[in-house]
Design a protein around this ligand. Sequence first.
Ligand SMILES: [Mg+2]
Length: 408
Amino acid sequence: MGVPAAVGHLDADCFYISAERVRNTFLLGKPVGVLGNQGAFVIAKSYEMKAAGVKTGDPIWEAIVKCPHGVYLKRDFRWYEVLSRLMLDVVREFSPEVEYYSIDEFFFRVPSDSERSLQETAEVMRHRILQQVRVPVTVGIARSKTLAKLISDQAKPFGALALVDPEAERALLDRTAVQEICGIGERRAKRLAEYKVFTALDLALANRKLIRSLLTAVGEALWFELNGDPVLPLYSQRPPHKMLSRGGAIGKPSADFNYIWGWLVRSLERLIEELEYHRVCAGRLETWVMHYDGQVGVGKVELNGPTDRFDLLLEAARLGLRRAWLPRRTVARLNLVATHLQWPGSVQRGLFDPPAERAETLARLKREVNDRCGRFALRSGATLFVNEFYKDEAYSYEVCDVRGKICF
Ligand SMILES: [Mg+2]
């Protein structure tokens, strides 16, 4: 039969909530909230909880006032990943070209030799995922990625809609505010408003050169996409990382050196796991310190040569922290960023590096023990100051540990 060239976007509805409901049907139809790592903030909510006025980002003490009968659960990214990969398998049954965009979002090329119409494809995929994974999803199909995502955003929840007719596209763009387009943030929207571009349709009908001058090539690509020309590539294989990073909120804000250092070493060990997994070495290590008062400090340390060695990176982190941390100031968040990544094959050993043999033996031993006994079974003594976070299951696996996604 043959169908027009089209791209689909599949997005799970309230994914974390739906995932919890898969393993606990008691939660079906009830107001459910999933909490962030310290159980302090709502990071996802069911439609029932949303109706009670709870918003994503609300602290738990406000949420329970708004929704006292809600069920509040700690997030479990390991479980969400299991379901995410099952969904990915189903999407691949429909398309050989799938982009694993985020833990619950996928872009896919609709094969042109499909026996089904585009609308049927959207409906059958939605049905198959519900049947096999028991997660409700919304599917949007269009002429470009940007259009497909706009369609699925508007068709939620449990929608299935294929839209390739230009007239129908225009109607959709006309009722879409420009900041709802993925890639248009507040700053860009403000810029566009000066030129009376308020809706996605205004953007699509605007002069392309004007859009390029206002929003650079990024905006121009969106202009093409909104006009039905698919210019954004579909990444069915993740491109190599330009940087790798680990870190985030440090439990409770603190000005205690041992506690802060413990967190930094924890992040470093997790960062090294990533370097090893991707088989790359860091040429530079950046330490980012977000202080409680909002000030941000950065310590960039060039390494003598690209490395994934704990001892060398530890020294770089120590120096980075010294540069980034405002003395005695309370710290809220820490991030370690490895940049200037290189494949080990192209790495030349630094002349002044301490001998590698001991460090390599230790790294191998650590890997072997942890592979066998659990992820953090053998770790640096510095992390004893943040021991409580190793005992908490919710901390053992973060969303950034789900590999292969394009979004980060
Ligand atoms: Mg979703």
